[in-house]
Ligand binder design. Sequence first.
Ligand code: GUN
Length: 294
Amino acid sequence: MAILIDGKKTSQDIKNEIAARVAEIKTEGGKIPHLAAILVGSDGASQTYVGAKVKACHEIGFESTLVRLDETISEEELLAKVEDINANPDIDGLIVQLPLPKHISVEKVTDKIKPDKDVDGFTPSNVGRMALNWPAYVAATPYGIVELLKRYNIETSGKHCVVIGRSHIVGSPMSILMARNGYPGNATVTLTHSRTQNLKEIAQTADILIVALGKPEFVTADMVKPGAVVIDVGIHRVEDASKKSGFRLIGDVKFDEVAEKASAITPVPGGVGPMTIASLLYNTLLAAEKKVYG
Ligand code: GUN
């Protein structure tokens, strides 16, 4: 049975570390980190995610501002709102929750965010800096995974890391981070996607398998090398009448059978998910202390 990589506990450890630093800042009379989140429209999942981010800010002593905008807002008005926050010296970090309504260009909005407030790490400047192995705000999910590998002392140097899924938010940056010269990193990386041939055979050669393709229980035990480290980024609701809520959460990995074969694995829920908020908070702390960018 694999070691459980506990994202819930690790994210709480990180939140405690950040809260301790906030307490020090308060004692020193320094500036309290302040995160602003823009939420456009009333998408249920986005409301839940943003609510969790704002709640986490309060828990650790950050200030937060939630800007709720109607989904009929024009692109120009949203860009103007981003400009306002860019120019507001009291706000250290800004996120614009995705997805945005179809009439608004994600590229234009992302490109408008000032890179030194881009605590989501989505701007071309931060993605480029990350790819160059320069100091940068790294996107929350890949950063959370890197932190889990570090805190569980998982050896990555010389290992074969297979990433399934090439999204801008997870798969693509993850492949860059695992290949870069450092720790975690120095892995030999294969980035696979919907057009990859022989995916199963490639996955079977992975020492570290990072799964972020968004298909429930896609990875089964026969795709996993004995002793592999398996990181599951997927999260899906499935109906379950035995639960009070009527549903349960599953990942992109068939957990029970893969856990029998892997040496370490992240559960869903309680694996990568909780780490994303901890990463966002950490980036916001860095932004407030002007430590990474600029
Ligand atoms: N939508 C889904 N994940 C994210 C995220 O990490 N940041 C933002 N801004 N939107 C998201």
